[in-house]
Design a protein around this ligand. Structure first.
Ligand code: MN
Length: 316
């Protein structure tokens, strides 16, 4: 090919097709949710804080409840983020300080915008036998950080089949589909599930960074295999991704434009500086009307742990 100034950079189609992304494997850490339910946390970790505005990702279950104990998370506050629940199996009842009371079932999304402050509880129904879900947070951009709180339930999302894989669009747009979920930065969320072994090519946006979380089975990218104990960070600049799923696999694809400015996360708060977080914590501890309360929360109010940094002592 003529290497003149007018010629675009050489990109042999064959090589591009075979190119595999340089992936980072991030081992999930274990954490607890509610009253001692062990879950696996993919974001944030030391290696990777965010993917786009996605700043938190818990893989909950799959778990079978032996003694009908279920999942119970008492009243706790959030700021400057959206909580995003993707239900795969089982049900949860959401209640919040706006008076929302919403049961979420498999195939549905609950999306709560905390804005300047909200409180919620999450509970299994009596006799619940199982639970499998992804719980995510989306950082709100500074212009929305102090907005009015809101809650939305999305009973139906766009679904389609691609190469034998059942795709559900959770956020953003893909291949002519648009998710109804209201987000405030360029984002993608997509669930891919297959009963039989399958392979496909995903069209990606090079301006986005991407990550993949196997939720069941085995995900293969070229020669590399991944199970549900690892998060795969793909970075930015990809326009496609070839993947294979073994029979009975499910994977969550997340993407977004790298988020600016840096966020500060502590406990259930997101903010843009430590003073904001410290104020949110003080407001929660003092019972400020900023957060309101969940009717009928039966006093199940979670205490914030001590701030991990020392408070200003008069120094600038
Ligand atoms: Mn929460």
């Amino acid at each position: 090919m003529n290497p003149s100034q007018q010629t675009p950079p050489q990109q042999p189609a064959d090589a591009a097709d075979r190119r595999q992304p340089a992936v980072s494997r991030i081992v999930l850490r274990s954490a607890e949710l509610g009253q001692g339910l062990a879950i696996r946390r993919a974001l944030p970790t030391r290696q990777r804080r965010m993917v786009g505005a996605w700043c938190f990702l818990d893989h909950v279950g799959p778990v079978r409840f032996e003694r009908a104990e279920g999942l119970h998370v008492g009243a706790h506050p959030h700021t400057a983020l959206q909580t995003f629940t993707w239900m795969i199996q089982g049900q949860l009842l959401h209640r919040d300080s706006l008076g929302s009371e919403q049961l979420i079932r498999p195939g549905q999304v609950n999306l709560m915008s905390a804005g300047r402050g909200i409180v919620h509880t999450e509970d299994s129904l009596p006799g619940a036998s199982d639970l499998h879900a992804a719980q995510l947070w989306i950082a709100l951009p500074p212009a929305q950080a102090d907005s009015e709180p809101s809650f939305d339930h999305y009973p139906e999302l766009p679904t389609w089949q691609q190469d034998g894989i059942a795709c559900t669009l959770l956020a953003g747009s893909y291949a002519g589909h648009c998710a109804p979920t209201r987000v405030h930065t360029p984002l993608l969320g997509m669930d891919l599930a297959t009963g039989l072994a399958a392979s496909t090519t995903l069209e990606l946006n090079p301006a986005f960074e991407y990550g993949l979380l196997p939720l069941a089975g085995v995900l293969r990218l070229g020669a590399e295999g991944f199970r549900d104990d690892e998060f795969v960070y793909l970075g930015q600049g990809l326009d496609r991704l070839e993947l294979e799923l073994e029979a009975g696999s499910r994977v969550l694809l997340l993407g977004g434009e790298p988020f600016e400015p840096p966020v500060v996360m502590w406990w259930n708060f997101v903010g843009f500086d430590r003073d904001y977080i410290a104020q949110a914590q003080a407001d929660w501890e003092s019972g400020s009307p900023r957060f309101g309360r969940v009717e009928g929360d039966q006093g199940r109010r979670l205490d914030a742990p001590k701030l991990p940094w020392s408070q200003p002592s008069g120094q600038p």
